[in-house]
Design a protein around this ligand. Structure first.
Ligand code: F6R
Length: 244
């Protein structure tokens, strides 16, 4: 795993946006895997700036990692809404090329199968990931099989509590989500993992510790992927022994 060290959250966003923009220049029809949450917001901000300076997203295809079950796409807490607000509505990607799981589908297991099929038919060139303090990637909580494809998960209490900051109360945080599985994520040709802030420093330390991939710490699987770049800021690196 290659590590790019950055000073802070904003620099993480600008370095990641430059990295992604270069990939798009090399391959304007690339397929990009996207994440939500706090971590990639600065990347989207900088990608929007890149768009204003000429980068076009017209021919790329995107797949998001996950979506809450039970929230309609126009629900302000859904990841559909988040992606439109923080990224898609500011760039030139045609809406039919931007894919997210439909958490409001009547048949959630069929939705998972179809989403997985779509991912397989495209092949993700570059997947952007964040990480949970417990090592989750996507919504794959500790204990998730490394063989998993897109599936429904019951969210860990710690994840619901961590995400409650986006809702008016903890009760409103959905209990389930659809997520790309670990195998779906690992089938990406390349992965960029973003890690920012002190709250993630233990998880980063564990990831870098040399621990063999094991399902109790989902992100550990990334050690066995041939092309992973970690972009981490100073606070996240604190405690890992890696100096800026
Ligand atoms: C989001 C996702 C999650 C987040 C993780 C970190 O699509 O798949 O794995 O990346 O929960 O969230 P933040 O960035 O909010 O700390």
């Amino acid at each position: 795993m290659n590590i790019i060290k950055v000073q802070d959250y904003d620099e993480m966003g600008s370095v990641t946006a430059d990295y992604v923009s270069e990939k798009i220049q090399d391959n304007p029809e690339m397929t990009l895997g996207l994440a939500t949450g706090s971590t990639p917001k600065s990347t989207y901000k900088h990608l929007i700036e890149a768009h204003q300076k000429g980068t076009s997203f017209k021919h790329i295809t995107t797949f998001n990692l996950d979506e809450y079950v039970g929230l309609k796409p126009n629900d302000p807490n859904s990841y559909h809404y988040y992606m439109n607000k923080f990224f898609f509505q500011h760039i030139d990607i045609p809406s039919e090329k931007a894919h997210l799981p439909n958490g409001h589908s009547r048949n959630i297991s069929q939705e998972c199968e179809e989403y997985e099929k779509k991912i397989k038919s495209h092949m993700i060139d570059l997947q952007i990931l964040g990480i949970g303090a417990n090592g989750h990637i996507g919504f794959n909580e500790p204990g998730t099989s490394f063989e998993s494809n897109t599936h429904v998960v019951e969210l860990a209490d710690s994840t619901r509590r961590a995400n409650a900051r986006f809702f008016s109360s903890l009760e409103e945080v959905p209990t389930h989500a659809i997520t790309m599985g670990i195998a779906s994520i690992m089938s990406s040709k390349e992965i960029v993992l973003l890690v920012s802030g002190e709250a993630k420093s233990e998880a980063l330390e564990r990831l870098l510790s040399g621990e063999e991939p094991n399902e109790s710490f989902p992100a550990s699987i990334l050690r066995s992927h041939p092309h992973v770049t970690i972009i981490a800021d100073k606070e996240a690196l604190m405690g890992t022994g890696i100096k800026l």
